[in-house]
Write a protein that binds this ligand. Structure first.
Ligand code: 6R9
Length: 648
């Protein structure tokens, strides 16, 4: 691994929120006196009822309970909009850049206020009130932010489903939280192609019990014609004409749920991760300010989709709570050309740019040409998220995109953590390409070995977090036991991240990837169990095992071993059919890249599939298969190697 060190440049330190000494001092204070530290920083948001309690958390087995600022009351929409009106009503809150480069809009904080109030009134007129769940299935248009903030304004709980998910996945997520209202658009637009969102909603609702959903609110994006069911469906622009643009923000308890976001785990169906109000917002806002060294007047751009946690915390909630100008991009990095990102940066004078390694790797393929047609002089800080960034991609991002002028903050975090946990700070931390470096304030990483023993000093092991931070998820929606089981039972009294890591002699962390059965495809999490259960639902499939394998652009690709029913023939046509099947069942991000038909899978005598062996073969590295003596039938391994699909 690269041990290159890029020292903090003088220019990065100039005007930065913290230098190294200040980081050390604040970090020490945050862990030695969490109540004092967060009591102070908890006041960075406005409270309708000030809190008197700060931290009230326990990771104890059987009694996991996480509460922050528990007796305070506030409202997230109020903090993201209303409190800015007096000082920055005419400042741009959201720059919207359309899929088509000729389409963009600036939305001021005052306009945002009016739009969010209208959307909140439309929801309220349809019976939505505090605690109700609303599913949002929208493309990257301003209405997605309005919808989130409108829910927050009423104390309703939103659950956003990424527009790339299939009707089946959407149906499961609507049902999982019993949402009575769905907000969608006629169609989405990405890379010049239309996505049939409303038709997907109709198909999803068709799979649910009758009357499961009371209302579908349809934002007109493309104007494409869609079926509208009388009494249930309404166009947003028509409903919005019937209401005013004033709607009070409901004061809710600090621990009132703000949103549910479904995420893949190592077993079973996706879990509804629950984030609450006060601690989440404090943490999202504070990390946004310090990690990106956000300064008044900056134009900030995070390229994620609001369907993922990065979009929640770092397109909408963190930036708006800080009164920032946040850019929301509807399109893709390669449309109409490979220069799109860099052109948008010049067009809107972006200062802070936050994207994923997979995007960098795909653009690297086009060479430096498309980057060098642009100036990018406005850029000051670059960020990376979603997966480990390989040193080659890091170097290209630093040298070619940032002209060796801008620090790269490699931010490690998860849907569950609500905000960034391990990251450099631009004015404080020396950079090592490929390392997420050091913990943010209040975060205490610990490394444990396979037996759960804490390891000190430089080492490799499983990454856990010792104590709570305000942005931590509170529970799995409707299943607190699953929450405890998933995150707190592997290593008692610790939050287990599911990631492996290395800690070097400087105490810097290098995330090596998931140690559970989760694969990271282009920065998106997929549970191998989900893909497997989709495959075995196909009539010709008897058994399936899915693992990840190294992929040049996606980081990891999906490799499926499939055993067919007696008499079925595994050929190219069936491969295509199975890929299409999974795509339709879960969504394009779950499409297997490689399928190997296997007469048998390597199993222990007790019938457990030995994934370690399958991973090795998928990596095209079968020289060190390790101990195969516990296999029920060692001969299957020879066949698997012989017919492997990923050959150098
Ligand atoms: C924010 C987000 C979480 C998983 C996480 C880890 C991987 C995210 C990373 C990273 C190395 C980074 N991950 N950021 N690995 N370096 N900077 O991506 O949330 O979709 O829940 O994924 O992504 O494996 O456990 P989520």
């Amino acid at each position: 691994m690269s041990e290159k060190v890029v020292a903090v440049q003088d220019a990065w330190r100039q005007g930065a929120h913290v230098d190294d000494a200040k980081y050390q001092e604040m970090y020490r204070a945050s862990v030695s006196d969490p109540d004092g530290f967060w009591g102070e920083h908890g006041r960075r948001i406005d409270w309708m009822t000030p809190f008197t309690k700060v931290k009230d958390t326990s990771f104890a087995p059987g009694n996991v309970s996480i509460k922050w600022f528990d007796d305070g009351k506030t409202n997230v929409a109020y903090n993201c909009i209303d409190r800015h009106l007096e000082t920055r009503g005419d400042q741009t809150a959201i720059i919207w850049e359309g899929d088509d480069p000729n389409e963009s809009r600036h939305i001021t904080y005052r306009e945002l206020h009016a739009q969010v109030c209208r959307m909140a009134n439309v929801l309220r007129n349809r019976g939505v009130s505090k605690g109700d769940r609303v599913t949002i299935y929208l493309p990257m248009i301003p209405e997605a932010a309005y919808a989130m903030l409108a829910c927050a304004r009423l104390g309703a709980i939103h659950s956003i489903v990424f527009g790339g998910f299939s009707p089946d996945s959407l149906a499961a997520r609507i049902q999982g939280c019993e949402a009575k209202v769905v907000i969608t658009a006629d169609e989405g637009l990405r890379g010049g192609r239309k996505v049939p969102l409303k038709a997907n909603v109709d198909a999803a609702i068709g799979r649910l019990p009758k009357d499961a959903v009371d209302h579908v609110i349809v934002v007109r994006r493309t104007g494409g014609s869609v079926a509208m069911e009388p009494g249930r469906d309404v166009y947003y622009h028509e409903a919005a004409e019937q209401v005013t643009d004033a709607c009070p923000a409901e004061a809710v308890e600090a621990e009132h749920p703000l949103f549910i976001l479904y995420t893949s785990g190592s077993t079973g169906q996706p879990k509804g991760v629950v984030h609450t109000t006060g601690g989440y917002l404090v943490y999202a806002a504070m990390t946004h300010e310090y990690v990106f060294d956000y300064r008044e007047g900056d134009v900030y751009w995070c390229t994620a989709d609001v369907g993922w946690v990065t979009g929640h915390s770092y397109i909408v909630y963190g930036p708006l709570a800080n009164g920032a100008t946040t850019l929301m991009f509807e399109g893709i990095p390669t449309y109409p050309t490979n220069a799109r990102f860099w052109e948008v940066i010049d067009k809107h004078k972006v200062n802070i740019f936050y994207t994923a390694p997979t995007a960098i790797r795909s653009l690297m393929g086009a060479g430096e040409g498309p980057v060098k047609t642009t100036s990018r002089a406005s850029l000051r800080v670059l960020g990376s998220v979603g997966e480990p960034i390989n040193p080659e991609a890091w170097d290209w991002y630093y040298r070619v995109v940032g002209d060796s002028r801008c620090p790269i903050v490699d931010t490690w975090w998860q849907t569950e953590t609500g905000g960034i946990l391990i990251t450099p700070l631009p004015g404080a931390t020396a950079l090592k390409p490929g390392s997420a470096t050091r913990p943010f304030f209040g975060v205490q990483p610990v490394m444990v070995d396979a037996e759960g023993k804490e390891i000190a000093g430089p080492c490799e092991g499983n990454l856990c977090i010792k104590d709570s931070w305000p942005g931590q998820m509170r529970t799995v929606y409707g299943d607190h036991e699953r929450f405890e089981q998933t995150y707190f039972s592997t290593y008692p009294n610790l939050y287990f991240t599911g990631d492996g890591a290395r800690r070097d002699a400087d105490g810097f962390y290098w995330i090596t990837g998931r140690v559970d059965d989760v694969i990271n495809v282009s920065g998106h999490r997929m549970g191998t169990a989900e893909v497997e259960s989709s495959l075995v639902a196909h009539a010709k499939v008897a058994e399936a095992a899915v693992v990840g394998f190294p992929h040049n652009v996606k980081g990891q690709g999906i490799y499926a071993y499939v055993t067919l029913n007696e008499g079925e023939e595994g050929d190219e046509a069936l491969r295509k059919e199975l890929v299409a099947w999974v795509r339709k069942d879960i969504g394009p991000i779950a499409s297997p890249d490689l399928i190997q038909f296997a007469p048998g899978l390597p199993k222990t005598r007790s019938g457990k599939i030995m994934r370690r062996i399958l991973r090795k073969i998928a990596e095209d590295d079968f020289s060190t298969l390790g101990d195969t003596s516990t296999l029920a039938d060692p001969a299957v391994v020879d066949d698997l190697i012989e017919n492997r699909q990923n050959r150098a």
